[in-house]
Design a protein around this ligand. Structure first.
Ligand code: FE2
Ligand code: FE2
Length: 441
């Protein structure tokens, strides 16, 4: 990576994963596990030495007796494709599979679920194993089977979307379709890293969103309802991308090209999290100060990864990398990694406009989502939480955002009452984003 990509004012305690800093990153306190852009075997090599010094994952006797387990050679590693935990969850919706699911621990590969033994119990076992406090593990399928796995996942997703649209007539099909496009691009990033093909898909999905000229109330309202009705369809990066695109294009009237870049920035903003251990990302409860420091690194790691992808030929605007770096900066200077303040258009230590937009979409989307450490908030609760921390955001963008969300709340409240009166839906709880059930009457 050329030094030209780095901002001049990086504090000394920010590490980048370059050959020079790799050893520093692998200190126990900053151990980088599950480096996603490398083939499986490389990841295993990168992390094995240090990880083994800390703890060793135990494969139970029962698993050893039940499953075929083999050493993963470098040659064999290329025959496997790792799959994300989010997509893996979809297997809880199917009754059978036609391929084998492997679970890698360090350089041992466990043939964990063969088609004949498929059960939801085994799927749950892998999910639990993947979330344990050990990160040099992977869920994989053979590369030759990946298309079949993907087809099955798409089938499940399509079915869920159809059910959702049938169940809630207030959801907009165009918004959902656009969201699914963005979500596919986001899943490709998690799965395969930032290849030129992934970048092209991300750009296309962003471009489709911006061309669709959807009304922001409809986009915001549909997203809010969707996350409540079927949280498994929700994808944080896709939702940040959609919200950012809508804020840019419809609320702020930015031009088409900027809006496409801002939408892409939403897709890529947390790409550095793929370098943060799963156990830390999924930790219930509060982070220790050290864990929080490690979590904060996702901004600089994401920045570095996007810059590397640009250098290697991916067509990504440089501002997308800047958003990954600055999306946790706060307008009042209390954010990270640099504590930048105000607007970059006004002074050199300010935050880029695109990052100021994405940070609002990021917080809003995170509040709507149920996480292991918090419940999901409704749209009105999310808005009021953000309102109480309004100094974190650019006041011009935030006022606009607030106004539109309030309009959305009113609009959907009216629509809901009408649908309710017509017997099309039954409201379980009052307020936008609450659970909707099909009216059996
Ligand atoms: Fe983030
Ligand atoms: Fe985020």
């Amino acid at each position: 990576m050329s030094a030209a990509f780095f901002p001049q004012d990086l504090p000394a305690n920010i590490f980048f994963q370059t050959p020079e800093t790799m050893n520093e990153m692998r200190r126990p306190g900053l151990l980088l596990q599950g480096w996603p852009w490398q083939p499986i075997f490389m990841r295993s090599l990168l992390t094995r030495t240090t990880a083994m010094k800390i703890k060793r994952y135990i494969i139970s006797k029962e698993t050893r007796a039940r499953c075929r387990i083999f050493q993963l050679s470098e040659a064999a590693a290329h025959q496997f494709q790792s799959i994300s935990l989010e997509l893996f969850h979809y297997l809880l919706e199917v009754k059978a599979i036609s391929f084998t699911i492997y679970f890698r621990v360090d350089d041992e590969m466990i043939e964990f679920i063969v088609p004949a033994s498929f059960s939801h119990q085994l799927v749950h076992q892998i999910i639990a194993a993947r979330n344990r406090e050990y990160d040099n593990v992977d869920i994989c399928v053979e590369a030759k089977d990946f298309k079949r796995f993907e087809a099955l996942i798409n089938e499940v997703r399509e079915k869920k979307i159809e059910q959702l649209l049938r169940r809630d007539p207030l959801l907009d099909p165009q918004v959902i379709r656009s969201f699914v496009n963005l979500s596919r691009a986001s899943q490709m990033m998690v799965r395969g890293g930032l290849s030129p093909q992934v970048a092209a898909q991300a750009r296309e999905a962003a471009s489709i969103l911006v061309s669709s000229l959807m009304e922001c109330e409809v986009a915001v309202g549909t997203l809010s309802r969707m996350v409540q009705a079927d949280p498994t369809l929700y994808d944080h990066s896709a939702s940040v991308a959609m919200m950012s695109g809508v804020i840019a294009r419809t609320m702020l009237g930015r031009n088409r090209e900027d809006s496409v870049i801002i939408t892409q920035s939403g897709l890529y903003h947390d790409v550095g999290k793929t370098c943060v251990p799963h156990s830390l990302l999924n930790k219930p409860g509060r982070f220790t100060p050290e864990e929080f420091e490690r979590m904060k690194l996702h901004t600089t790691l994401g920045y570095e990864e996007i810059c590397r992808a640009i250098e290697q030929g991916s067509v990504i605007d440089r501002n997308v990398a800047r958003v990954a770096l600055e999306h946790h900066e706060k307008f009042n200077g209390r954010g990270y990694p640099f504590g930048r303040k105000g607007r970059a258009e006004e002074h050199e230590h300010g935050i880029h406009l695109f990052a100021r937009i994405v940070s609002i979409a990021d917080v809003y989307s995170a509040l709507l989502m149920k996480r292991v450490y918090k419940e999901a908030y409704s749209a009105s609760e999310a808005l009021s939480i953000m309102h109480n921390a309004a100094a974190d955001y650019d006041p011009i963008i935030f006022r606009n955002f607030e106004k539109h969300i309030q309009k959305t709340l009113i609009r959907y409240d009216v629509l809901e009452k009408k649908a309710l009166a017509a017997g099309k839906i039954i409201m379980v709880d009052p307020g936008l984003g609450t659970r909707i059930r099909k009216n059996s009457a």
